[in-house]
Design a protein around this ligand. Structure first.
Ligand code: MSP
Length: 531
């Protein structure tokens, strides 16, 4: 990092019109792995997630459920959105709800500042609105309906007719930021990723930006404008601000919140799905510029989890709850699978067969088997005491070199949010160690007392490799890796796994001879195809 600021990463805040599905859990997991990696590097980190509670979509869901919007969101947050963080094993530092006073007050403060700066004015709005997207649509955004929707204009994301709005609104002068946004993106080509997303954003801005409604007069469930309390702030212009309000924007000077804001602003990464790229890479930085705040350093748009070629969604009844997968495979395998099997930034399909196949090949047979073979042989041949690893030969040197390369590739990849490359770099190291075990045949060495020194070296090499793997995979699979860390003796000799640094992983020989190695439960128990 170029300065001493903390690494601040956010997920979008999720609509609480319904319970989470694996599409939501995917974004949270990616953010969690990226931030755990940064922590493993020793960086100061802040990881924020939360929920988006206002707007028509949530209001209508509550109405359909026969409760007030506040009751609706309270129940869903408690019963579904907070628990899912535990289900996927997310280690977030904060969780923001947009109904919290800290958020409401700071959002109101923000829009007053923007109005004082001359970027808010009153005017009538007439045009299409998609409640599913909570978005004022532009004519070019819509597609003609067919069948039951013939003759109507549809939202291409939700496949449903848009609603015609006619309201007196307050407008945000987005058009004033066209040139500044273009200059910003020209100077910072890394600020929107992947490259295809950057191109999309720049060409959208080049086509010309029009001013956009920042309030709604026909919606009751939201944050009122201080200067016109009959209007609530348009839900996106309330929600986007969570990244600032939770960080501490607008807090009492000198307070802990204000200090945190200084420490972590601006966000290093706003992680989003590609469906909400325009909000984050056009409206959001423009809003910040209007309030004289620094825009995010990077907006990364990931792809969709697809079902039958379409975006998985609750409204289309294609949502799979994270627990449906995690109850069978565990949170570690869930985290591993989605970040390993889908190139981050591309769409991907989930299938039970593929998940089962990778679980078995890469986790149970690959890493799990290496760990159980390695620890079992130390127990069997050396009474659970790690032997010394002097006199390294060419095969051991090759392992050490492979580890150095894996650390280098993985570090670059995880920092760039290229999770699959990072995971594969470590997997290739695991494959290399498994091959080393097969070729060195320690079970044959064990039969010949004169080869005892050589057996020591081989066992030491396997356990040292497992030590490094536990550190490198800890951000991805924290539960299994903490068990592996215990088994290798790392916990007793080197201290907590979280405190091991990426920069030190490749230093060979960290586990002292005599370290107690134990064979624990299988890291990735076999799963019956039928289960
Ligand atoms: N509330 C807004 C975001 C406001 S952020 C200031 C919203 N919420 S959402 O619940 O609809 O979606 C939140 C995130 O989940 C988005 O990043 C979206 O892309 C992601 N996903 C929802 N369905 C998804 C898939 N099927 N696949 C991958 N991600 C998906 O938008």
């Amino acid at each position: 990092m170029a300065d001493s600021k903390a690494f601040y990463l956010t997920t979008p805040i999720y609509y609480v019109n319904d319970a989470p599905h694996i599409g939501h859990a995917y974004t949270t997991t990616a953010g969690d792995v990226a931030t755990r990696w940064r922590r493993q590097r020793g960086e100061d980190v802040w990881f924020l997630t939360g929920v988006d509670e206002h707007g028509t979509k949530v209001e209508r869901a509550a109405e359909a459920g026969g409760v007030t919007p506040q009751e609706w969101v309270d129940r869903l947050v408690e019963d579904a959105w907070l628990p899912v963080l535990g289900t996927v094993d997310a280690a977030n530092d904060d969780f923001i709800r947009t109904t919290e006073p800290r958020h409401k007050e700071r959002v109101q403060h923000f829009w007053e500042a923007v109005r004082d700066n001359g970027y808010v004015y009153s005017a009538p709005y007439e045009g299409p609105y998609c409640v599913g997207c909570e978005e004022f649509k532009l004519p070019g955004d819509l597609v003609p309906g067919e069948g039951e929707f013939a003759g109507q204009q549809l939202c291409p994301v939700h496949g449903r007719p848009v609603e015609q709005l006619q309201e007196e609104n307050w407008f945000f002068r987005l058009s004033a930021f066209q040139d500044r946004l273009l200059a910003h993106y020209e100077a910072h080509p890394e600020a929107v990723q992947p490259r295809s997303a950057y191109n999309e954003v720049v060409s959208f801005i080049r086509q010309g930006l029009v001013d956009i409604s920042m309030s709604r007069s026909s919606v009751g469930w939201g944050i009122p404008l201080t200067w016109d309390p009959g209007q609530v702030i348009y839900v996106w212009f309330d929600a986007l601000l969570n990244y600032a309000t939770a960080a501490g924007y607008g807090a009492e000077p000198g307070s802990a919140d204000a200090e945190r804001f200084e420490r972590i602003w601006p966000p290093d990464v706003n992680l989003v799905g590609k469906d909400i790229l325009r909000f984050h890479a056009v409206y959001w930085p423009a809003m910040l510029m209007a309030a004289e705040l620094e825009p995010p350093r990077k907006v990364f748009a990931h792809g969709w989890l697809l079902v039958g070629g379409e975006k998985m969604s609750k409204s289309k009844l294609t949502g799979i709850a994270p627990a449906q997968i995690i109850d069978t495979f565990g949170s570690d395998a869930f985290r591993y699978y989605f970040l390993r099997a889908i190139q981050f930034g591309q769409d991907g399909s989930f299938s039970w067969e593929d998940m089962h196949a990778r679980y078995t090949a890469e986790l149970a047979n690959g890493l799990g088997n290496l760990a159980s073979r390695g620890t079992a042989m130390v127990a069997r041949y050396r009474d659970g005491e790690l032997p010394a690893g002097h006199d390294l030969n060419e095969p051991e040197q090759a392992i050490i070199t492979a580890l150095g390369r894996a650390v280098e590739v993985a570090d670059r990849a995880f920092c760039d949010l290229d999770f699959s490359t990072g995971i594969v770099a470590v997997k290739e190291f695991i494959d290399a160690v498994n091959l080393y075990v097969t070729e060195q045949e320690p079970w044959v060495l064990a039969k010949d007392e004169s080869l005892s020194g050589r057996l020591d070296v081989v066992l030491n090499t396997i356990i040292e490799s497992l030590r490094a793997i536990a550190v490198l995979y800890n951000p991805v699979m924290p539960k299994a890796m903490s068990s592996l860390w215990e088994q290798t003796g790392g916990q007793a000799v080197l201290g907590p796994l979280m405190e091991q640094r990426v920069a030190d992983v490749a230093r060979w020989g960290q586990l002292a001879p005599g370290t107690r190695v134990t064979k624990g439960d299988a890291l990735f128990p076999r799963i019956d195809e039928a289960s």
